[in-house]
Design a protein around this ligand. Structure first.
Ligand code: ARG
Length: 578
């Protein structure tokens, strides 16, 4: 309807475009000021006319075509054109859109590829709460971009190369065994790694030995690589457990080790392009012109490092996937790293780097006030958090609804969903304070609140015996879900406010993608849930007259569909009953 109105407006004012009107149209702060308001001030200069007069003329023009445009009335007030839609017509359209293909979200991304580098934990190190953040944010961005039609390549850039593996091999040989590592996994690898770092102080030969093992790895020594591979397998089993709980998978697990072999060619290319300088035996790219410290490419022993492996990865991904964008979801503390990497890629003559490479940083997680189980000292494992969330959800279910079927599955959906929602609700750059009471509360902006709202909508539909697409008088061939209902029953302030909130889905998804910000979707979900709960309390459904009931049920049905779909974009499931 907005488009139609804007198209028509161009016939009223010469040399204007529909886009111009679309960007000018505002949503007034109060419903009494209409559904849209068009400020006419920007036309005053060009037309050499008083904006008040312009507004009056446009209002008159719109009024002439009101019926066709689905407009109820137009008021010209102080240079604004306040447009009141024909509510019933608007509601009908909104519900058709919500029930329609992709719930009304257009797919401008089709045919375009986006690479997303997220999660990317380090082998032999615990999958901690920080990695939980990148995993959850990255997964949500993947779903959001996919919703918009993009082809998304999900990349887990494993931290699987570096001198620490030399240390680990020494530590393993000295203080551990195959059995112990098989049994305890990463916990044991962490234990011996910490021990190595403590003991190396008193024994200089240990560092020498570790260096030698890493050199062997770099030279593809069979034994060294076999042990390293085994550590990798052990770690992946644990990472997979977390991914399974979260319902997450990846398209590529190509990590840092893959790119070490690409660094010699990179060095050659950098030399050819005169970008390399020597500094104390190491090769670096001087970035002083960009106010940055030099970007290290190879260490003095010629080995690759985190930076150069990342530069090689950008080039490989561009060639392999032809991405339009490549996003990196990591903590804020890696900002400089990515600035250096992106600048280096651009200096190599890749102008696309400027727009295509995006660091998507996020804030820290603090555990203040929360008692979290942890295995080693202060380190909190992501898996422990998810498990504790599930246990706590189970306790709540036992207390509130002990007869519920699928208790285990529901506890998982609620517990995991609560952690995800809590992570995604605030802007990602903000620090997250973890506090079980907040995470699992049924009130306020929480996962359980949203899931409960969804379950409530489903329960209403069940009680009413409501069937999709075949609402009472509906024609069974009508698959759009626009039932044969009287939309007038959804034009009261509360129902209408809910419809309008619901219709913001596409804008929320687009907004979230534009700023790489899942919180935009999370906030949309909360606004729908709150508008729905208000509607539920103010508009009787099951006890209403038959015609009203059918209209309200149709709205409940559209709400539950969009809620579930939007929760899916966060990576959160919605149980049918709670
Ligand atoms: N492994 C790194 C870490 O745990 C994150 C890697 C991010 N991705 C990248 N291409 N650098 O901090």
């Amino acid at each position: 309807m907005k488009n139609q109105i804007c198209n028509y407006l161009t016939t009223l004012l010469p040399e204007t475009t529909p886009e111009q009107f679309l960007s000018l149209l505002e949503t007034p702060p109060e419903a009494s000021m209409g559904d849209f308001a068009l400020p006419c001030f920007s036309f005053a200069k060009v037309l050499r006319k008083n904006p008040k007069l312009i507004a009056e003329e446009l209002a008159a023009g719109l009024t002439e075509q009101a019926d066709k445009l689905g407009i109820e009335k137009v008021e010209a007030v102080n240079g604004y054109c306040n447009i009141f839609l024909d509510r019933a017509a608007y509601v009908k359209q909104c519900l058709a859109t919500a029930n329609g293909e992709n719930h009304g979200v257009q797919q401008p991304g089709s045919g375009k590829t986006v690479c997303m580098d997220y999660s990317s934990p380090n082998i032999a190190k615990n999958f901690h709460v920080g990695h939980l953040r990148t995993t959850v944010i990255g997964n949500s961005l993947y779903k959001i971009y996919e919703k918009l039609g993009y082809n998304v390549v999900r990349i887990n850039h494993l931290g699987d190369w570096g001198t620490q593996f030399g240390k680990l091999i020494v530590a393993y040989k000295k203080w551990s065994s195959k059995e112990e590592i098989e049994e305890k996994g990463i916990e044991e690898l962490m234990r011996i790694y910490v021990k190595f770092n403590q003991e190396k102080e008193g024994d200089a030969s240990m560092m020498e030995e570790a260096r030698n093992w890493f050199v062997k790895m770099e030279q593809n020594d069979e034994e060294a690589l076999a042990i390293w591979n085994w550590f990798k397998d052990i770690s992946l089993v644990e990472f997979e457990r977390v991914y399974k709980l979260l319902g997450i998978s990846f398209d590529s697990y190509i990590g840092e080790s893959f790119y070490r072999e690409k660094v010699p060619a990179l060095v050659e290319e950098l030399k050819e392009k005169n970008l390399l300088t020597e500094s104390q035996g190491a090769n670096v790219i001087d970035l002083s012109a960009y106010d940055m410290p030099p970007c290290l490419i190879t260490k003095s022993d010629g080995g690759s490092i985190y930076h150069s492996r990342d530069i090689a990865a950008v080039l490989y991904r561009k060639q392999t996937y032809g991405f339009e964008k490549c996003l990196y979801v990591t903590g804020l503390e890696q900002s400089l790293h990515f600035k250096q990497v992106f600048t280096a890629v651009k200096l190599m003559g890749n102008d696309w780097a400027e727009d295509a490479l995006v660091h998507v940083p996020y804030g820290l997680v603090s555990m203040a006030g929360a008692k979290l189980s942890s295995r080693t000292g202060n380190i909190v494992y992501a898996e422990d958090i998810l498990k504790e969330a599930m246990e706590r959800a189970m306790t709540a279910i036992q207390a509130k609804n002990p007869d519920l079927q699928n208790k285990e599955e529901t506890a998982k959906q609620v517990g995991v969903g609560a952690v995800i929602f809590h992570d995604l609700f605030n802007q990602r750059i903000k620090n997250v304070e973890f506090n079980w009471e907040d995470v699992l509360s049924f009130e306020g902006a929480t996962g359980p609140y949203v899931q409960y709202t969804y379950a409530r909508a489903k329960s209403i539909l069940r009680k009413a015996g409501f069937k999709k697409n075949t609402g009472n008088k509906a024609d069974a061939s009508d698959t759009t879900g626009t039932y044969d209902i009287n939309y007038k029953h959804l034009t009261d302030e509360t129902s209408y406010a809910l419809v309008k909130t619901l219709s913001g889905y596409e804008a929320a998804v687009q907004g979230a993608a534009e700023c790489y910000e899942p919180s935009v979707v999370a906030r949309y979900i909360i606004s729908v849930a709150s508008a729905f709960n208000k509607f539920y309390h103010e508009c009787p459904i099951l006890n209403a007259s038959e015609e009203e009931k059918q209209a309200r049920l149709a709205l409940v049905d559209a709400v539950q569909k969009v809620l579930k779909d939007a929760c899916g974009l966060l990576g959160m499931e919605c149980p049918e009953k709670m």
